[in-house]
Design a protein around this ligand. Structure first.
Ligand code: NIG
Length: 387
């Protein structure tokens, strides 16, 4: 069936070869699909079997959220309140969620995760990566990976999220478990492996061991890096050939050089810096050094309970000094690059028909109207999402 999104006032393609400026803008357009894929960009008024009229609004690629932890149970709002009263963020809170997640039934966990995915979808996120990381034993990590696989084909095994209490003081033994039995149980459901390389989590040797075991099991690599302070995470990510180093809140000039000369994307997670009262990344410095960047939500129960990519864009523009165009591109095409995907994050012949019709004439409203409901309609693989 030919679905056409017609009467588009301003189309953001994220392909500069197709239109004006870095976002490849096309005016008065129609987006023609064959169902799941875009087949053409035409002038408004194209023939179609089925038509969605954008009524002059701005249409852009759906957000590609390349870093989420959507499968968990429990509530840590008390931690947020105490942070706002001065307690610093600590990765130790992860174990609070692990306890609640292990205790939850698979049915309840599945329902929670589906509801979170739906909330993200109706706000415009048409593709997500989803991590495990709140099970931290073989049975529960496998359960989380399996549930995540019901939400996306970009599942990340994050058994190396933190060292669980039962392995306190025996980090290397836990790493052996992650690299052995746990990886074997989770790899069939995952595309990626991730490690939290940070003081208080996994050191360089442990991080490399996890990444190399994952690679040997056929997984691709991502790293939680440089979130809470300067450290080796970014260098490890680049040296091991990770697709993305996520957080990148504290970067030395050496980190920037390493990223700039690599295929590793720096993924910014501004909502975590907001929610943990960390400093924001100086994105200008990173972009001006020639690094490819992405923006993701990091939706999780502790450091960033939001899946609202528009909010992340607003933070990136206001507090990280990205231009609106850079932020929109980082939240769409940047996310796709961080996931090494060529089918999402842009709109044009061959792309997935994942589009966000904004309740606005321009994408600038994403940054200039923070907190407003800007998703008028979302199309996922050619299907209008009914709300
Ligand atoms: O990316 N840093 C590690 N993981 C998550 C936080 C998890 C939590 O606090 O529950 C993050 O911020």
């Amino acid at each position: 069936m030919t679905l056409v999104i017609d009467d588009i006032g301003l189309l953001v393609t994220c392909d500069p070869t197709r239109g004006e400026g870095p976002l490849g803008l096309v005016r008065d357009a129609a987006l023609v699909t064959d169902g799941e894929r875009v087949v053409a960009i035409e002038k408004a008024g194209a023939a179609a079997d089925a038509r969605v009229s954008a009524e002059g609004r701005c249409v852009m690629p759906g957000f590609v959220d390349s870093h989420t932890h959507l499968v968990f149970a429990g509530d840590r709002s008390d931690e947020f309140a105490s942070r706002m009263a001065g307690t610093p963020y600590s990765a130790g809170g992860i174990m609070t969620t692990v306890a609640a997640t292990r205790a939850a039934s698979t049915e309840d966990l599945g329902e929670l995760a589906v509801a979170r995915r739906y909330a993200a979808l109706v706000s415009g996120t048409t593709h997500v990566e989803v991590k495990s990381g709140y099970g931290l034993d073989v049975e529960h990590e496998q359960r989380l990976c399996q549930l995540a696989a019901g939400l996306t084909d970009d599942v990340t095994f994050l058994g190396a999220h933190t060292i669980p209490t039962e392995y306190a003081g025996r980090g290397d033994a836990y790493v052996d478990l992650v690299c052995g039995e746990m990886l074997a149980a989770c790899a069939p459901f995952a595309r990626w492996i991730d490690v939290f390389c940070e003081v208080g989590a996994f050191d360089v040797d442990q991080s490399r061991a996890v990444l190399r075991a994952g690679r040997a099991a056929g997984l691709e690599l991502r790293v939680h890096a440089n979130q809470l302070g300067f450290g080796p995470g970014v260098q490890v990510a680049v040296e091991e050939g990770a697709a993305s180093a996520d957080h990148c809140t504290y970067l030395t000039d050496g980190d920037l050089d390493a990223l700039a000369g690599s295929k590793t994307v720096a993924t910014f997670l501004p909502a975590s810096d907001f929610s943990t009262r960390q400093q924001y990344v100086d994105a200008r410095r990173v972009i001006d050094a020639g690094v490819t960047v992405a923006i993701a939500s990091n939706c999780n129960p502790g450091s960033s309970y939001t899946s609202a990519m528009a909010f992340c864009i607003a933070l990136a523009v206001r507090d990280m000094h990205m231009t609106v165009e850079e932020a929109v591109r980082a939240a769409t095409l940047g996310g796709a690059k961080a996931l090494r995907r060529v089918d999402v994050g842009w709109l044009g012949p061959g792309s997935r028909a994942d589009a966000l019709i904004l309740d606005a004439p321009t994408y600038v409203h994403l940054a200039s109207r923070p907190g407003m409901k800007l998703a008028h309609e979302v199309i996922s693989a050619g299907e209008p999402i009914v709300r």
